[in-house]
Design a protein around this ligand. Structure first.
Ligand SMILES: Cc1cc2nc3c(=O)[nH]c(=O)nc-3n(C[C@H](O)[C@H](O)[C@H](O)COP(=O)(O)OP(=O)(O)OC[C@H]3O[C@@H](n4cnc5c(N)ncnc54)[C@H](O)[C@@H]3O)c2cc1C
Length: 286
């Protein structure tokens, strides 16, 4: 994929591409942005500096296989058969980190189908009849890394008695390992505002025919996908722009936005306010 060598590498285990097919609407998006607003297009705007420029959008799709390129396939699967030191426990759920004093020495886990009570004490278990619900432990020789995403990582910490002392004590966890009030706080989602348009296009320009199961399109898509191409090898996000408003636009918007902007983003010229992307998918996919 063409792009700036200073921004993107080409050798690593994770791959990006523009996908196996591209909607003709991407060109219209780029052209409309230019003629209506004066936002020119560049080859690659997916860096940490380019703003108010449209570009064709790259995604985590392997250009050779057309498949989603992710950490599991990029890093884990290729070494599973060769690296004896890596053990993968599937369908297992970490309950908490085990501590000796303030040192993390292992993890406690259960089979994934076993649900813990939402109370932090974790004393109640719900499981299928006859299922082994007993928590198992794994000892760490060097260190424990928690990487369970923004929702689960704080929960694991809290179940391990790390978090706001007052909250932990209120649910019965009295042996607090570390009083860290920020754990589980300040979660920030990124809001999405879709605006829908009806369009008149070819079969691969939107996901419609695939989603609706139009036989001809599905059969062709499956054949193309064997070669890493076609509408199954894309996410239908083919053009986008990162927008940063001017000072005048910020004051025109005013209110809470202007206050937040001035406090957090005004002095950071590399930060956009919004990512505006063209997604040629059926509305109910959202
Ligand atoms: C719909 C969607 C689309 C996205 N698209 C993009 C995109 O196109 N580009 C981009 O850059 N980012 C995208 N993101 C964001 C990106 O996916 C995340 O930023 C990234 O995956 C975070 O990585 P992570 O390793 O921190 O957590 P995750 O990828 O969430 O991994 C956490 C893992 O921990 C496991 N886990 C959770 N709890 C436990 C437990 N108790 N015990 C054991 N395992 C547990 C989960 O099953 C999961 O496998 C998208 C996110 C969503 C939801």
């Amino acid at each position: 994929m063409e792009g700036d060598d200073e921004t993107h590498g080409y050798e690593g285990p994770l791959h990006v591409s523009r996908g196996g097919s591209s909607s003709a609407l991407a060109e219209e998006f780029i052209e409309t942005a230019r003629t209506l607003f004066g936002w020119e297009s560049v080859v690659d705007s997916q860096d940490f500096k380019t703003l108010n420029r449209t570009s064709r959008w790259a995604k985590w799709i392997d250009p050779r296989t057309g498949k989603r390129s992710d950490a599991a396939y990029g890093y884990v699967h290729p070494i599973l058969d060769t690296q004896d030191s890596l053990h993968l426990l599937l369908e297992s759920k970490v309950v908490r980190v085990i501590f000796e004093g303030t040192k993390a020495v292992g993890v406690e886990y259960v089979k994934k189908s076993v649900l813990y009570s939402s109370r932090l004490t974790g004393s109640k278990l719900f499981a299928n009849e006859g299922e082994d619900v007993s928590p198992k432990t794994i000892r760490a020789r060097m260190l424990v890394v928690i990487s369970a995403g923004p929702l689960s990582s704080p929960l694991i910490l809290q179940r391990s008695a790390i978090g706001s002392e007052a909250s932990l004590i209120s649910v019965g966890l009295t042996n607090v390992i570390s009083d860290l009030p920020a754990v589980g706080e300040n979660f920030q989602d990124h809001p999405l505002l879709p605006t829908f348009f009806q369009v008149n296009t070819g079969p691969d320009d939107t996901s419609d025919d695939l989603v609706l199961g139009v036989n001809e399109t599905v059969e062709r898509a499956e054949k193309e996908f064997q070669h890493g191409r076609g509408p199954l090898a894309t996410n239908f996000v083919d053009a986008a722009i990162k927008l940063r408003p001017s000072k005048e636009e910020v004051s025109e918007i005013g209110g809470e936005f202007e206050r937040y902007w001035n406090e957090n983003l005004a002095g950071k010229p590399d930060k956009p306010a919004v990512l505006s992307a063209l997604a040629t998918v059926r509305p109910y996919a959202w």
